[in-house]
Ligand binder design. Structure first.
Ligand code: PLP
Length: 459
């Protein structure tokens, strides 16, 4: 065991120490590489560990987006703190079973504490609870199934769900997986800041009610993936309450910014939601594989997921103790709680708060620098840590502008110091910078601005 861990650790340390020097993405030839690795026959006999580690670290890991590096400003980063890698080793090595409380009570409790802390972060009252999931998509799905169970009967085909035209597609996917036709999901238009229009929401609910349909769920966003827009959560909560509709907030990306004063101000009203998705593998910097769902009335989660089986041990009935299989779709599951528990215990919440404050500062700084570049238009002012911009020039039509911005994006990324991605906002191609990785600091943001300036000059 020591030999294996030692050999792996040598490679890991070398890899992590070189992250800032590694290209922000290195994918030339990666498709051919992947094809060359197709292997139909499983190995009949074993191979030495070193022989397997070598190509993994030398050839296969490098051919990828450098999602752990400081230059990763694409999609939604996180970085992946090392404490969790060690936590995973411990969890996998001891291989305890946390699907039911009886099998590892103390470990289940550690994980429950993480959920309690998250409930505290968002301002939920006693009686709230939740579950760590594999990601935001599963959290949104679990929320939707819970809302369906609370608000609709067995024939739920008339149930209507409302979300803005900027909502993450995992919400539409969740609706479809939960048995709703696509036509039961209403896309509510957004305002200039790309936040849900409350008048549009009210009108849509009234129209559906008048038509004999059953509005049952509104999904607000606390940080859209496109531009980081945060809906008027308090306003949506009031509408949901008036119509007795389940209010879910998808805060997968933005939620942990609530640890900062500025984030808390932007997300006012989140505590009024019936449920909230929060992803530790985004703005809590945990490596991929952990999302979470918080539910204001934990009993609702249980009502939607609890089933009896004769071969299972006795489930908990004591208040505050929980069997994860009773509140989620999963039975067997990894001890994912330690992935979040260990770093929070070791670093303390304030370390995360300071990191997140720094990301907000870096985004504001980058926005001011972008404004100084001739021709740059800020399409989406940052509400959290995403800024959307594009280059404009008089006399070019919208197709030409879109193409020139595509070229600019390619040139920024060709320099390989940062990786940024694009989106489309009302037909306009927009370049977006998303600052979430704990390894991204002022020096890398300065490189990003340098490369954007150069790319615009060239294009
Ligand atoms: C706002 C939002 N919701 C949900 C998701 C889906 O989360 P996951 O990729 O963890 O399934 C994402 C992913 O980026 C997101 O940004």
């Amino acid at each position: 065991m020591r030999r294996m861990v030692g050999l792996a650790m040598d490679r890991i340390v070398e890899h992590i120490e070189s992250l800032p020097q590694q290209p922000a993405a290195d994918i030339e030839g990666s498709l051919e590489l992947a094809r060359s690795l197709i292997e139909a026959d499983p190995p009949e006999s074993g191979a030495p560990f070193e022989q397997l580690l070598d190509p993994l670290f030398r050839e296969w890991i490098p051919k990828s987006f450098n999602t752990a590096g400081p230059g990763y400003l694409a999609y939604i980063p996180g970085g992946g703190i090392f404490h969790t890698a060690v936590a995973d080793l411990i969890a996998d090595a001891v291989n305890r079973y946390v699907g039911v409380f009886a099998a590892a009570p103390a470990l289940v409790q550690l994980e429950s504490n993480v959920i309690r802390w998250f409930c505290r972060f968002v301002g939920y009252p006693a009686g709230a609870g939740g579950v760590l999931t594999t990601g935001g998509s599963m959290a949104n799905f679990t929320a939707l199934v819970t809302a369906r169970n609370e608000k609709l009967g067995d024939d739920f085909r008339g149930g209507i769900l409302y979300a803005s035209d900027q909502v993450h597609h995992s919400v539409q996917k969740a609706a479809s997986l939960a048995g709703f036709p696509h036509s039961n999901v209403r896309e509510i238009p957004t305002d200039d800041r790309l936040c849900m229009r409350l008048d549009g929401l009210e009108e849509s609910i009234a129209r559906d009610r008048a038509g004999g349909l059953e509005p049952f769920m509104i999904v607000g966003s606390a940080g859209t993936t496109n531009t980081g827009a945060v809906d008027d959560l308090r306003g949506i909560a009031a509408i949901a309450r008036r119509h007795s509709i389940w209010f879910h907030v998808d805060a997968a990306y933005g939620g942990f910014f609530i640890l900062t004063e500025r984030g808390r101000a932007v997300m006012r009203g989140i505590e009024e939601a019936d449920s909230i998705t929060l992803d530790p593998h985004k703005a809590l910097f945990i490596p991929y594989g952990t999302g979470s769902l918080l539910v204001r009335d934990a009993a609702a989660l249980q009502r939607a997921h609890s089933l009896h089986a004769v071969y299972l041990p006795q489930m908990q009935e004591e208040a505050g103790l929980v069997d994860f299989c009773e509140i989620s779709p999963e039975l067997s599951r990894s001890f994912r709680g330690i992935r979040v528990w260990l770093p929070l215990k070791m670093a303390g919440v304030d370390a995360f708060r300071r990191q997140l404050d720094e990301k907000l500062d870096l985004t504001l700084w980058a926005t001011e620098q972008l404004r100084l570049i001739p021709g740059v238009e800020i399409v989406a002012e940052p509400q959290l840590s995403i800024v959307g911009f594009r280059f404009v020039r008089q006399g070019l039509n919208s197709d030409e502008l879109n193409r020139i911005n595509e070229r600019i994006l390619a040139r920024i990324n060709d320099r390989k110091r940062v990786m940024v991605t694009s989106t489309v906002v009302r037909g306009r191609y927009v370049i977006r910078i998303c600052v979430v990785s704990f390894r991204t600091h002022a020096d890398r943001m300065a490189m990003a601005i340098e490369d954007i300036r150069a790319a615009i000059a060239e294009a």
